[in-house]
Design a protein around this ligand. Structure first.
Ligand code: AKG
Ligand code: FE2
Length: 267
């Protein structure tokens, strides 16, 4: 796989500024159309497997499909999760010790309704007002061209600055931007921005990947550390081990004087 070098510092400043002020930033053509097609094919195979195993997950009148835990399911997603462009952005926003929180596919099928305005984990699990600054960030990988008609993600600029979730119905009618870009592009968002997938009014599914990253002290949304076994990780990069939370010393049960509950009390 051809991986372009990470962003230069001027572009990174630009991304940071947009994420802080607007709450989103799009970089076009991070991967080639061929790489996007390859990943898209893998997602279809995984959907078939999920259906076969009775593990399929759909919502939005059964027209939006989610595939969970993709990092352990194909090497291509192990490349994507640690893509230098993505890691440069999240290290800048969330710290050098950034970790991954979840990596899934979201397939908005023909006729799908809007996904519903929301904020992302951990914000939806938190009481407002949220702390200022970034706790988490979303990475929307476009494996199809994202268009106004086919269910591209919509965001309400600057809504992350409210430091709260939208009330039911509050975001309807507010001015939003639609993340339209060619396949292979990425949209980065502040996890607290109000957003949703739009209705898909075309005959073709819109395939996206959603990679979330957290500050390392925030518990990941999915069980990232166990998506790859120790053996599978041997050949993998230090960055991937870090992202999966395998290198956080204070999560080691024996870290420091970490007493354990036994039958006779704490020892
Ligand atoms: O697939 C999309 O366009 C966005 C989905 C989303 O926001 C989510 O699942 O959290
Ligand atoms: Fe979301």
């Amino acid at each position: 796989m051809q991986i372009k070098s990470a962003l230069d510092s001027e572009r990174l400043d630009n991304v940071e500024q947009d994420l802080r002020e607007l709450g989103y930033h799009i970089i076009e053509n991070v991967i080639s159309p061929e790489e996007a097609d390859e990943a898209r094919e893998v997602i279809w195979k995984l959907i078939d497997e999920d259906i076969e195993n009775g593990q399929d997950h759909s919502y939005g009148d059964g027209k939006i499909r989610r595939v969970w835990a993709i990092v352990g399911k194909s090497p291509i997603f192990r490349h994507f999760i640690q893509h230098p462009t993505v890691i440069a952005v999240w290290k800048r926003m969330l710290g050098e010790d950034v970790i991954a929180s979840t990596f899934t596919a979201n397939v908005v099928g023909p006729g799908a309704p809007a996904g519903g305005w929301h904020i992302d984990y951990p914000y939806w699990a938190m009481q407002s007002p949220f702390p200022e600054g970034s706790l988490t960030g979303q990475t929307v990988w476009m494996l199809d061209d994202f268009t106004v008609e086919n269910g591209a993600t919509a965001c309400i600029p600057e809504s992350h600055k409210t430091l709260r979730r939208p009330e039911l119905g509050e975001a309807e009618g507010m001015e939003s931007v639609v993340a339209t870009a060619p396949k292979g592009s990425i949209m980065f968002t502040n996890g607290a921005i109000w957003h949703q997938s739009r209705p898909n009014n075309t005959d073709s599914p819109r395939v996206g990947l959603l990679g979330m990253y957290n500050r390392s002290v925030i518990y990941p949304q999915e069980d990232m550390p166990r998506q790859l076994s120790d053996e599978e990780l041997i050949e993998e990069s230090d960055v991937l081990k870090q992202l999966l939370g395998r290198t956080i010393p204070f999560r080691d049960p024996d870290h420091g004087r970490n007493y354990h509950r036994t039958e006779d009390g704490f020892r």
